[in-house]
Ligand binder design. Structure first.
Ligand code: NAI
Ligand code: OAA
Length: 340
């Protein structure tokens, strides 16, 4: 009896210390939006999240009240732009996801969102640099190729930049690639892995089909698939006809990335996600950020994988990508210099 009680106590202790060491606060900035709401729902369903902080310039408390009735263990709190709302949402966060900002309408490029979203992301980054400088920052707001450098410049100016903790979320590109290739091949998408590197807009999105399970894809079939992956976002923008861009698939992709970071933070090895990070791969060409498969760890970025072997066709795609990417990155850097 005594022995049984002792081992029960030990079990309780272990269970407590396991959950205590895994307490993870996650903040969503822009939580009441098209992406923010389903993303927050998926995070509420994730047992690795212990505290969910939902901030938006409007509607945060309503979304939080709604989600807080779901019978999972995490607490959910909504914050608004009052005296300390943003700071309180950020304080103590392990992960900060930023889907705040305007989405595209038909006929627009992601770069057309720059004028509105650059200052939104800059201001949220300022608040995060102050309140949660050590958090992993996951930037969803477009144009990602420019908004990620904006966050890095804001952090640098405050002396708190840690390149291992800043991520542009490009997960949706590989999610699409795996689905689209499975549709052409009649296969199960969960078995299809297609690396996508570069950035997150148009020709900066570079799918590497030669490294997929279908390396011999060629000709028109290959061109059509590559084009669909590069411009998949446009399909949704067109179908939504003025009501925005991808929200539900993006929420799934963002939740997957956050889950991967939490798994890696909690000690799982070999967690790899594609993401747009401060990267050495093309620095010699003046390109400081690049998306490639990145191994995640307790400190954020653990190891940046290079693009691997590419064929001639893919090299041409990469060359075109680098031209645009360089301009997009510089635009973000220049914006913060001119508008600190
Ligand atoms: N990285 C990616 O793969 C993807 C990125 N996106 C981008 O995500 C962004 C958001 O898209 P949606 O959710 O569809 O837009 P949305 O308009 O539905 O939601 C945006 C939310 O941000 C809020 N917001 C605006 N300014 C804010 C601020 N200063 N602080 C906090 N919240 C603020 C708004 O109140 C709104 O609730 C867009 O820039 C879109 O282009 C969209 C899909 C995929
Ligand atoms: O297309 C857009 O504007 C939104 C986005 O980034 C995507 O769906 O990949």
């Amino acid at each position: 009896m005594f022995a049984a009680r002792q081992s029960f106590n030990l079990f309780q202790k272990r269970a407590f210390s396991a959950s205590a060491s895994q307490a993870s606060k996650v903040a969503v900035l822009g939580a009441a939006g098209g992406i923010g709401q389903p993303l927050s729902l998926l995070l509420k369903l994730n047992p690795r999240v212990s505290e969910l902080a939902l901030y938006d310039i409007r509607g945060g408390p309503g979304v939080a009240a709604d989600l807080s009735h779901i019978n999972t263990n995490s607490t959910v709190t909504g914050y608004q732009p009052d005296a300390s709302g943003l700071r309180d949402a950020l304080k103590g966060s392990e992960i900060v996801l930023i889907p705040a900002g305007v989405p595209r309408k038909p006929g627009m490029t992601r770069d057309d969102l720059f004028n509105t979203n650059a200052s939104i992301v800059r201001d949220l980054a300022k608040a995060a640099a102050e309140a949660s400088p050590e958090a992993n920052v996951l930037v969803i707001s477009n144009p990602v190729n420019s908004t990620v450098p904006i966050v890095s410049e804001v952090y640098k100016a405050r002396g708190v930049y840690n390149p291992k903790r800043l991520f542009g979320v490009t997960t949706l590109d590989v999610v699409r690639a795996s689905r689209f290739i499975s549709q052409t091949q009649g296969t199960n998408p969960s078995n299809e892995k297609v690396p996508v590197v570069g950035g997150h807009s148009g020709v900066t999105i570079v799918p590497l089909l030669s490294q997929s399970g279908h390396p011999s894809l060629a000709g028109e079939a290959r061109d059509a698939l590559v084009n669909r992956i590069q411009f998949g976002g446009d399909e949704v923008v067109k179908a939504k006809d003025g009501a925005g861009s991808a929200t539900l698939s993006m929420a799934m992709a963002g939740a997957r990335f956050a889950e991967s970071l939490l798994r890696a933070a909690q000690g799982e090895k070999g967690v790899v996600e594609p993401t747009f990070v401060d990267s050495p791969l093309y620095k010699d060409q003046g390109i400081n950020f690049f998306a490639s498969p990145v191994e995640l760890g307790p400190n954020g970025v653990e190891k940046i994988n290079d693009v691997g072997a590419v064929n001639e066709y893919e090299q041409k795609l990469l060359d075109a990508c680098l031209v645009d990417l360089k301009k997009n990155i510089q635009k973000g850097v220049d914006f913060v210099k001119a508008n600190p």
